[in-house]
Write a protein that binds this ligand. Structure first.
Ligand SMILES: *Cc1c(COP(=O)(O)O)cnc(C)c1O
Length: 382
């Protein structure tokens, strides 16, 4: 039953576990950036929308960033005192009409969309911005690089028309992914080179997400110097809208080994879990990456190496290769780390796979069952 306190050791499998103490530690760090620089930080809901935690998040951050109507509505409903900022590559007229009363900042992706919608937004007293593309890539994950040639995200300097300035209160850019402040500082230099002449006309500058602020090696002083510089030089309200950094390392995916298959020459032995990369941690396949797993090491480091896979029929539903001190057995429990972000918001019921339950590990150390899913969640979408 949702709300029920679970005895530790009796968690449902699979389940996501969200750790509120860890989340609050991240939030304290983010609040410090705001206090020292005057910037405002929004939760990018795209990464983490488990709104049971929004009351906690709203004590530290200034609002939510949304990718469209539904996230904007969730932000408005569940973090009602926060700001709601929306960017979408293209809005429909019907969507925009519903969005308008919910949003504070509306950020457009082209001059055409800006000219179509900004006049009504301005009459409604809303703040309008344009996403720009500095065309400066600082990372190699092509799927996450909005500065790659041919990108559909953001207006390039050659396409920017100064006639639009009366419609604009701010500029937005989002070009980073899991990056440190050096990448931001380099990108800001290019932004200034290309769009600096327009910044004195703006009230705000939104530097998007992708800042790995809560990673232990993140250079906060360098970030803060950059934010203060922008604020002072152009008299701008600076916004950051991290997703990942808000809930970085705040969640787990708890799974159970269902079967261990016979060894095959030349490959690690396969173990099948009740969780799935394809359904429950899709970024493992999309990014791709090897998620940390408690009690394990790199393949070959400990005596028993396994290839861990999901219980779907997708041959590529493989989480990765891991080694263990003891042989794996059916019934063993395996807990993957850093599973709060880009998991619950992206999971799916491919193959009719059940969705993991969601458990909150609260500040008092209790495990609270927050959500359970069943057949109806699979059937109702089809
Ligand atoms: C994805 C996204 C974010 C959040 O990115 P993170 O990498 O999770 O910090 C913020 N703003 C925009 C426009 C995005 O598309």
């Amino acid at each position: 039953m949702p709300g029920q306190i679970l005895p530790p050791g009796q968690l449902p499998s699979p389940c996501y576990i969200i750790d509120e103490n860890r989340l609050e530690n991240n939030l304290r760090l983010l609040q410090g950036i705001c206090q020292r620089t005057g910037c405002r930080i929004l939760l990018a809901q795209k990464a983490f929308s488990c709104y049971a935690l929004y009351p906690l998040i709203s004590r530290y951050l200034q609002g939510t960033a949304a990718s469209g109507l539904y996230e904007a509505r969730l932000g408005r409903e569940e973090m009602p005192d926060g700001e709601v900022h929306v960017f979408k590559p293209a809005f429909t007229a019907a969507e925009f009409a519903e969005l308008l009363p919910l949003a504070d900042h509306l950020i457009f992706n082209s001059g055409q969309q800006l000219q179509k919608f900004a006049p009504q937004a301005q009459s409604a007293g809303k703040s309008c911005g344009l996403r720009v593309n500095p065309e400066f890539s600082t990372q190699n994950h092509a799927i996450y690089d909005p500065c790659a040639p041919g990108s559909r995200l953001g207006v390039r300097r050659t396409d920017f028309n100064p006639d639009w300035l009366p419609l604009l209160d701010g500029l937005h850019m989002h070009t980073l992914c899991e990056q440190n402040s050096d990448a931001l500082i380099q990108t800001v230099a290019v932004l200034e080179e290309k769009f600096g002449e327009f910044l004195p006309h703006m009230r705000w500058l939104n530097l998007g997400g992708g800042h790995h602020l809560t990673k232990p090696d993140y250079n906060l002083p360098a970030l803060e110097e950059c934010l203060l510089y922008l604020r002072q030089k152009y008299d701008l309200q600076i916004y950051l809208e991290p997703g990942e950094a808000v809930a970085l390392d705040c969640g787990f995916l708890h799974t159970t080994v269902l079967d261990v298959l016979p060894a095959q020459a030349g490959s690690p032995q396969c173990a099948i879990l009740d969780g799935s990369a394809a359904c429950h941690m899709p970024d493992v396949l999309e990014m791709p990456y090897r998620p940390p797993l408690q009690g394990s090491a790199l393949p070959g480091e400990l005596p028993y190496t396994y290839r861990l896979g999901g219980a779907t029929c997708l041959a590529g539903d493989v989480i990765g290769d891991y080694s263990f001190a003891q042989p794996l057995q059916p019934g063993d429990q395996l807990t993957f780390e850093d599973m709060a972000i880009y998991t619950m918001v992206k999971n799916n019921t491919f193959n009719g796979m059940p969705l993991p339950a969601i458990v909150l590990h609260n500040a008092a150390g209790e495990y609270i069952l927050h959500k359970e899913f069943d057949y109806a969640d699979f059937k109702s979408r089809l």
